[in-house]
Design a binder for this molecule. Structure first.
Ligand code: SF4
Length: 406
């Protein structure tokens, strides 16, 4: 089983972000401290509840995401990990990731304390190293903080460091993005996540873009950023193993690989989703509603049972995001159908246009295909959905959840 822990706090809100989190503001204030304390108490309660049901289950990975998990003091992270180990079978070689903002690691002691608390992988959200662009997207750190953070993490003994980066940002040019990648590679991370900016509805950046107050790079430049960026990273020893993820050999994120392979996962914290034994539920995003349900032990009362149809379509959407692709035999085993035969004309056209490849029984996207993955996945999804039982429950929801660009 995989465990995801959502930490719903940030210092300030970034202008592009649609994740669930509350801005605590700078400095310490009593209301924020109370809220964080209450969050930790509820998290421990939620953990104890699931221990009663799934206690002893093997846990291969733990991922602290958010929000900004590095706002939690290392001591708290250590307490939660210690409880996890006590209630479940947290395997010795478990991958334990914590997302950190660069400014949180300014004080070197915290990196070392997270390591001592049991975290063995840090994912540092640097986004870009350009201060003007960082300001424009509302990040509260500077490029220099990222260099310090990566250095502090290595000094603290982290042997597995990932950098989170973004391209297609307002004010960013192709040359500047490629230079940012070069500078990032000089920091010698083991893993790089490189996401294209999406203008999420309701965010400040989406409004500003709609009103013409910020301008994104032209589409052609964005394509070059993705294609040349990926080629540069591969040339520097980073395997392009998923549309937005690159890793040195052996450093692929095991937690995310687990999601894409369809392993069970337990989500803790407000807005976290869980899928266990074919049932899926999502915790309320609202703190009080989450707390009430955790107290009553009713977090999964509205769980949806995933049908074979829904699971198959989800497998299609997730595996095709990976460089390895979808094993056609797995599809046949689950659905009893031949995907290539059901989508023959479409697959043939995509193959002729170098968007997909079929090799050793796997269907996968080429790099050009990854660039237009949303369109490809949408088309394949529709063909596959039609070939299976029409109107399968959950199908449209899966489509909406799975479609996110490179
Ligand atoms: S720090 Fe991360 S979670 Fe928080 S607002 Fe920024 S992007 Fe969103």
């Amino acid at each position: 089983m995989l465990v995801y822990i959502h930490v719903p706090f940030c210092r300030t809100r970034c202008r592009y972000c649609a994740f669930h989190s509350t801005a605590l503001g700078r400095g310490v204030n009593p209301a924020s401290s109370r809220l964080v304390r209450d969050y930790v108490d509820t998290l421990l309660l939620e953990l104890a509840h699931w221990a009663d049901i799934h206690g002893g289950a093997e846990i291969q990975t733990v991922f602290w995401g958010g929000g900004t998990p590095s706002l939690l003091p290392p001591r708290i992270v250590g307490i939660v990990l210690e409880r996890l180990a006590r209630y479940f079978n947290l395997v010795g070689e478990a991958e334990i990731t914590l997302e950190a903002n660069p400014e949180s690691l300014r004080a070197r002691a915290w990196a070392a304390e997270y390591r001592a608390a049991g975290v063995n992988r840090l994912s540092i959200g640097i986004q870009t190293l350009d201060d003007t662009v960082l300001r424009m997207i509302g990040r509260s750190h500077k490029g220099g903080d990222s260099l310090h953070a990566a250095f502090a993490a290595r000094e603290a003994g982290f042997a597995n460091i990932s950098l989170d980066m973004m391209w297609g940002l307002p004010g960013q040019g192709v040359r500047q993005w490629l230079q940012t990648l070069k500078d990032a590679v000089r920091m010698e991370p083991d893993h790089i996540s490189s996401y294209g900016l999406t203008l999420e509805p309701g965010t400040a950046l989406e409004r500003a873009s709609g009103e013409g107050r910020v301008v994104l790079p032209p589409e052609r430049d964005q394509s070059i950023m993705f294609m040349e960026g990926a080629a540069f990273l591969e040339a520097n020893g980073y395997l392009h193993y998923e549309i937005s993820n690159f890793a040195r050999m052996g450093f692929q994120c095991r937690h995310n690989l687990g999601y894409w392979e369809g392993q069970d996962y337990l989500g803790l914290g407000p807005s976290a989703t869980s899928t266990i034994a074919g049932r899926r539920w999502t915790n309320p995003a609202d703190h009080k509603a989450w707390k009430d349900k955790a107290r009553l032990g009713s977090l999964d009362e509205n769980a949806e049972a995933l049908t074979v149809h829904a699971r198959a379509l989800e497998m299609l959407m997730l595996r095709l995001r990976t460089a390895r692709g979808l094993r056609l035999k797995d599809w046949r085993n689950i659905t009893g159908r031949n995907l290539l035969a059901d989508s023959r004309k479409l697959v043939q056209a995509m193959h002729e246009n170098d968007l997909v490849r079929i090799r050793h029984g796997y269907l996968s996207l080429t790099r050009s295909g990854m660039l237009v993955s949303n369109t490809i996945l949408l088309n394949l999804f529709e063909r596959a959905d039609a070939a299976l039982t029409p109107d399968g429950p959950g199908a449209s929801k899966i489509l909406a959840e799975s479609l996110c660009g490179p």
